[in-house]
Ligand binder design. Structure first.
Ligand SMILES: [Zn+2]
Length: 450
């Protein structure tokens, strides 16, 4: 292999990586919460490589480097020393609905962007780039070129072309003038591919590559059989004709590749990304709305998300990272500290839950896990006067508990439970006031409205 022969595209990617690093250095000089960092990653950092990816598939090595940059920025921020990466990067990259943070998976994004080229190739006959590609690689059918098999060189079209089967499996042909769509080979009928549905008849037919235009006339279909039909074959042919006779006729315009992921048949990068992101995800009971649609500060949403993932740095998790501790709950001192104990089952925390439960006269059995508790809290709130405010309560309880826990852990300052209850209510009122900015509401107003 020739050494030092850098392909042009790697150089281009280097400049994208540099730009990301530069942007980051600028942000690193100021303090940002994890919530703020998440917003920056999602809005700015992801936009940088997207333009390039829409032209060139992103090489795996570049993905690795960009992932490292994004991962460290998320967990470490402006701190010099290494931080714990609390949740696996693969999970972080799934959508919020599926339990992640919705950070773009660059591999999937690059794939979706490349697939768009294939869809365009199938649909736009007149574009110059299509003519160039079409001339360079032989055509496989009317929609796509042959697969590129040359083993040498970095072929842009080779990597794009390799995704054709995935585009095809989510597409069908929309017949207009019938000139591109092959009757037996393409999927144009709602029942499916004719060769697969009627292999026996396919074998009896001449001109198996015919397009719909070749076979259709205003009087109906013109099939030419290889030989006379036997009696027992006639029933089957009638069945076949019954199905294909639902075809209503040709129309002016070119046949289109209709992408089934969209109502109008147009390939959408975002939707395609979502489809790929959803595979192998099974998180129907994940409380994403309670985490991300609650009107609490973004950093608190992020914190509640880490709680629901059981990834907050309580002592059990610190020990999992390799530190030896003698774990005791800082609030009750009675048992070892875990996420679910501290925030749900601790008798100290229980006092905070009681404020609201007794206010509404709700009998409540505390669920085992944070994610379940969020869902149950939502159900318990059906009778709340203001469900928006009701939804804020768990965040306020947990934020107050976490502050108190950290004050005891790091500053050895202990507040009594009355003080922490008050802090919790003040947080709730403060956040409610941010939510309804036109009117200032008092503690009484808030407690009265939930
Ligand atoms: Zn406790």
């Amino acid at each position: 292999m020739p050494l030092g022969a850098k392909s042009k595209s790697i150089d281009i990617w280097n400049s994208v990586i540099e730009k990301c690093e530069k942007k980051l250095a600028k942000w690193k000089s100021q303090y940002l919460s994890k919530g703020g960092r998440l917003t920056l990653i999602n809005s700015v950092l992801d936009a940088l490589p997207t333009y390039m990816m829409s032209l060139f598939p992103i090489p795996p090595g570049v993905i690795k480097r960009l992932d490292r940059i994004r991962r460290n920025f998320l967990w470490q921020g402006n701190k010099e020393k290494k931080s714990f990466h609390l949740v696996k990067w693969e999970e972080v990259m799934t959508s919020k609905e599926n339990g992640g943070l919705g950070i773009k998976n660059l591999k999937l994004q690059s794939k979706a962007l490349s697939m768009k080229w294939l869809w365009k190739y199938a649909n736009n006959n007149q574009m110059l780039w299509r003519e160039v590609i079409g001339a360079k690689y032989e055509k496989e059918d009317n929609w796509i070129t042959k697969e590129v098999t040359t083993p040498y060189g970095v072929s842009l079209w080779r990597s794009i072309r390799s995704l054709w089967n995935e585009v095809k499996s989510n597409s069908k042909a929309k017949v207009m003038d019938g000139n591109k769509t092959r009757f037996w080979k393409d999927i144009w009928h709602e029942k499916g591919n004719m060769e697969d549905l009627f292999p026996d008849i396919y074998n009896l037919i001449m001109f198996q590559q015919s397009t719909i235009e070749d076979l259709w006339s205003p009087q109906g279909w013109n099939f030419i059989f290889r030989r006379n039909l036997n009696d027992w074959e006639i029933v089957r042919v009638a069945e076949f004709l019954n199905i294909v006779n639902t075809f209503t006729g040709l129309q002016p315009g070119e046949d289109k590749l209709w992408w089934t992921g969209d109502d109008k048949g147009v390939f959408k990068v975002n939707k395609s990304y979502k489809l790929m992101d959803q595979t192998d995800q099974q998180c129907s009971r994940w409380p994403w709305k309670q985490i991300w649609k609650s009107r609490i500060p973004h950093k608190v949403s992020f914190f509640v998300w880490s709680m629901a993932k059981e990834a907050v740095l309580t002592q059990d998790n610190v020990m999992k990272k390799g530190r030896t501790l003698c774990s005791r709950c800082f609030l009750c001192g009675e048992t070892s500290e875990t996420v679910n104990h501290l925030f749900l089952h601790c008798k100290y925390t229980h006092h905070l839950w009681r404020i609201f439960l007794s206010l509404k006269g709700i009998s409540w059995t505390m669920p085992r896990k944070v994610a379940e508790a969020l869902l149950c809290w939502e159900e318990a709130g059906v009778h709340a006067k203001d469900r928006g405010r009701w939804r804020i309560i768990p965040g306020a309880i947990w934020w107050a508990v976490w502050k108190e826990r950290n004050s005891r852990c790091f500053k050895s300052i202990e507040n009594n439970v009355q003080k922490v209850k008050l802090n919790c209510i003040l947080l709730l009122v403060f956040w409610c006031n941010q939510l309804y900015s036109n009117d200032t509401v008092s503690i009484i107003d808030v407690l009265d409205s939930i």
